[in-house]
Design a protein around this ligand. Structure first.
Ligand code: NA7
Length: 546
């Protein structure tokens, strides 16, 4: 009989890992949470670049399970900065008393399942190993960074930063410097105003423009804060009714049934409300009717042309693909920055970056002398955080190899041949307001484990058939033209298209959390159909002690 260190090991101390640790505590499972960073936060620990903030409204980007935390924490802004979200997660960690079970600076290199003892052994970078019955990967959907293999990158003599690994200790100064930002996704769009205001010159290397929606951030005053805290029950109800889990009302009218004036007035309301209200609260057929989608695109292009004074720059910033084919970023004076004399945009769609030189960036057309390069080039979404760890299931089966053609899971939670391994916001889960997805998944996994504990089961493993059926469901999503398939043509990360050679797969089930929750509840009510359960051949250590 192998001695195990703990009942469960959780990897990752972001929203997902923290919420899961709390759940396991409630179940009475001894648990260790391993975190590569030196503090909690996950995404909100690593992405400390200037301008990093949420694109979701603060009050719903929160731990909905804890009324105490909802009532005790005071958000300062509609879209808070990274530092505030990280502080919030730190507060939640202490409020829930989780810190003592978290081991920081612990980078997980490998996790291997031993069939004889039905245990997982997790190996840390420094060589330590820990064993457990359960292992939960809460490693995040956008956490493994992607850096294009630019020739000469290491030869650059100036300062070089990766947005998602922003230095914690040294202060980065832009003062008097010629800075280049590569990438104009949500990250680049947040960085540009912060850097542009301080740098002597900022060159933005843009390959694909985005439809940048106005954030319209504002401080939350006492009255609004009190109203939010009082209304939480209805807020969560609204979130659960909304396709993407936001505190918004689903639009019921189609744009196709509106006059051009009405449609414009409807877009005006969404535009003025700011945030994702423009895409999620205006017209019901925005993503399904190409003409209405194009009307929304043209509406945004007009806004860009009205803000950006130089017509050539404005045209470069105007996207030409359907709205939502790529996830639109929120801007905080983003387009306005291009009216500054020190901010320049370089189109690298026609003249790509050829190499990084010791002194800057060389495109097919010109060379740009820089003192600093910031890479805001995105993530190996969904799968990257998992495949970067050497995870081995039954018979030494490698997850990396198993997923070479794309991820295959059951409900985005479990994988056949990998008993007692669970994922929180893993690939193929539902894509909705992430903390709500996490809350649901953590409690569902908790109930599965509670049943196992109750009934003396040692292992739970998804069947190959269940995985096949769930993956088939995800595959069918890309088999017909939709806003998601349009993402392939514009290298969207949610279909794996941002990384050359990565298989194009629907990495997430697009909305709706409640429908997904219904499927999971059905699975549960059928005795966790799609899982096989194993009983121990010898009594478990814990049982002998009880
Ligand atoms: P994104 O949205 O994947 O953006 C990455 C950016 O990097 C995007 O503009 C890319 O251009 C650009 N990129 C990538 N490779 C290259 C090369 N080789 N040359 C030039 N430009 C390149 O990542 P973010 O971090 O901004 O945001 C990810 C999500 O995190 C975001 O949606 C939120 O949900 C939070 P491309 O568009 O591929 O032409």
């Amino acid at each position: 009989m192998t001695e195990i260190d703990v009942d469960a090991i959780i990897i990752g101390a972001g929203f997902g890992g923290l919420r899961t640790l709390h759940e396991f505590r409630r179940l009475g499972l001894s648990t260790i949470l391993l975190e590569a960073g030196s503090d909690v936060g996950g995404t909100w620990y690593w992405n400390s670049y200037p301008g990093a903030r949420t694109d979701s409204e603060a009050w719903i980007y929160a731990m909905s399970h804890s009324e105490e935390i909802l009532q005790e924490w005071d958000w300062t802004h509609r879209f808070p900065r990274q530092e505030e979200v990280q502080r919030y997660l730190s507060f939640a960690t202490d409020r829930l008393g989780l810190r003592e079970d978290i081991r920081f600076d612990s980078h997980v290199d490998a996790a291997a399942y031993d069939e004889d003892s039905s245990t997982w052994t997790v190996t840390l970078a420094e060589g330590d190993t820990l064993s457990s019955r359960y292992v939960v990967f809460a490693t995040g959907l956008l956490s493994a960074t992607y850096v294009p293999p630019f020739d000469g990158l290491d030869e650059f003599k100036g300062e070089r930063y990766l947005s998602a690994r922003w230095p914690k200790k040294e202060a980065v100064s832009f003062d008097g410097k010629r800075v280049g930002i590569i990438g104009t996704g949500a990250t680049g769009v947040q960085l540009v105003p912060e850097v542009g205001r301080l740098a002597e010159h900022l060159t933005v290397f843009q390959r694909t423009p985005n439809y940048v929606l106005p954030g319209r951030n504002h401080p939350i005053d006492d009255a609004q804060r009190a109203e939010i805290k009082r209304d939480y029950a209805t807020i969560w109800e609204r979130c659960h009714d909304h396709f993407y889990g936001f505190d918004m009302t689903e639009p019921v009218r189609n744009g196709a049934d509106m006059s051009p004036e009405e449609l414009r007035a409807t877009f005006d309301v969404g535009w003025e409300r700011g945030g994702f209200h423009f895409v999620f609260e205006t017209v019901a057929d925005l993503f399904t009717n190409p003409e209405i989608n194009e009307a929304a695109c043209e509406y945004i292009r007009e806004k860009i042309r009205a803000i950006v004074k130089d017509p050539e720059t404005a045209e470069l910033l105007c996207p030409r693909y359907p709205l939502m084919a790529k996830r639109p970023p929120l801007g905080h004076s983003y387009y306005e920055m291009y009216n500054r004399p020190n901010v320049e945009i370089v189109d690298v769609s026609t003249a790509p970056i050829e190499r990084i030189t010791p002194t800057g960036v060389k495109t097919a057309e010109a060379e740009y002398e820089l003192d600093m390069i910031i890479l805001a080039t995105g993530f190996d979404a969904g799968t990257g955080a998992l495949t970067s760890i050497d995870i081995r299931g039954r018979g030494g089966r490698s997850l990396r190899e198993k997923w070479v053609d794309g991820p295959r899971t059951y409900l985005g939670i479990a994988i056949d041949e990998f008993p007692n391994l669970f994922m929180i916001s893993g690939p193929q889960t539902v894509f909705s307001n992430i903390p709500l997805v996490i809350d649901f998944t953590a409690t569902w996994i908790g109930r599965l484990m509670a049943r196992m504990e109750r009934e003396g089961m040692e292992t739970a493993e998804a069947t190959a058939e269940a995985v096949e059926a769930w993956s088939g469901r995800l595959e069918r999503i890309l088999s017909r033209p939709s806003i998601l398939t349009a993402g392939i043509g514009v290298r969207s990360w949610n279909v794996g298209a941002n990384i050359p050679g990565k298989p194009h797969k629907a990495l997430f089930l697009p909305g709706n959390l409640d429908q997904y929750a219904d499927v999971c509840s059905q699975v549960e009510s059928e005795g966790f159909e799609g899982f096989t359960f194993g009983v121990p051949s010898t009594p478990r250590v814990g049982e002998m002690l009880r």
